[in-house]
Design a protein around this ligand. Structure first.
Ligand SMILES: Nc1ncnc2c1ncn2[C@@H]1O[C@H](COP(=O)(O)OP(=O)(O)OP(=O)(O)O)[C@@H](O)[C@H]1O
Length: 249
């Protein structure tokens, strides 16, 4: 008898419609623990809608979603406890300091005061913001705010991290710093990552790729497999070939 290891995230047959608009259809995939998974799709593909379902901002009425084996509809508290999220729209309180924002998140997750400070100090150090802890978020740059959001999303030590276009608007150095940090967490701590982007150059050969287009998954598998399947030499070319073929069909 063989046991399949539990997936960090398992999405099965998920569909979703806004009034008069079907935006996700029969979306199914699994992300193993420790896997960096890129959800690739152009504007309007349905990435944020999928995130809204996995974070339970929207109820999933068609299909099911499991986080480390826990069904989001039936065991939402336990399932969401394993989840860290960086939303597309910034959600830091601009009038609180970096430190206060992090403390607030710790309190929401029920961390004891004694546990909070060491975690916050470590998170600020990793984010390169130790010197800025007492500054209001309003005084931080766009890249520093993004790093703070990422630090906050990891404070309760989630086993699954969702990041929705977290590098948009950042310069090339800030972008690379954030990607490197998340890839490090994935490799060192075994955190499963779902990284939504339309930036094809964020994909690496070893990544799991989900190509979402007009609400459907056109491809799921390794980045190398994507090139082989489309007989192309870059993710960019593969992406264009697959989405072009889907639109022509
Ligand atoms: N609240 C809403 N009401 C109606 N339609 C919506 C709503 N939010 C999104 N949509 C539509 O659903 C589709 C998917 O949008 P969604 O934001 O999920 O895509 P996305 O891949 O995240 O795009 P982007 O990269 O631009 O953020 C689009 O056609 C969008 O216009």
């Amino acid at each position: 008898m063989t046991f399949e290891p539990v997936s960090a995230l398992e999405v099965s047959g998920v569909g979703f419609a806004y009034p008069r608009r079907q935006v996700l259809e029969d979306v199914s995939f699994r992300i193993p623990p420790g896997c960096f998974c890129v959800l690739l799709g152009i504007n309007g593909a349905g990435k944020t809608t999928l995130f809204s379902l996995v974070t339970r901002l929207f109820l999933c009425r068609t299909g099911s979603i499991r986080i480390f084996g826990r069904d989001l509809a039936r065991e939402s508290h336990g399932a969401l406890g394993d989840l860290g999220v960086v939303f597309q729209q910034p959600t830091l309180d601009l009038d609180l300091s970096a430190l206060q924002n992090l403390k607030y998140h710790c309190a929401l997750h029920g961390l004891r005061p004694g546990e909070m400070r060491p975690r916050i100090d470590a998170a600020l150090a990793v984010a390169g913001l130790a010197e800025r802890a007492k500054d209001k978020v309003r005084a931080l740059s766009g890249g520093q705010r993004r790093r703070l959001e990422l630090a906050r999303a990891l404070l309760h030590q989630p086993r699954l991290l969702l990041a929705d276009e977290p590098t948009v608007g950042l310069d090339v150095h800030s972008r690379q710093a954030i990607i490197d940090q998340v890839r490090g967490i994935c490799a060192d701590r075994g955190v499963g990552v779902l990284w939504a982007t339309h930036l094809v150059d964020e994909v690496q050969a070893s990544d799991l790729v989900l190509l979402l287009h007009q609400g459907r998954l056109l491809y799921q598998g390794s980045a190398e497999g994507l090139l082989a399947e489309t007989r192309t030499e870059s993710v960019h070319a593969a992406f264009n070939r697959m989405t072009g073929a889907a639109e022509a069909a």
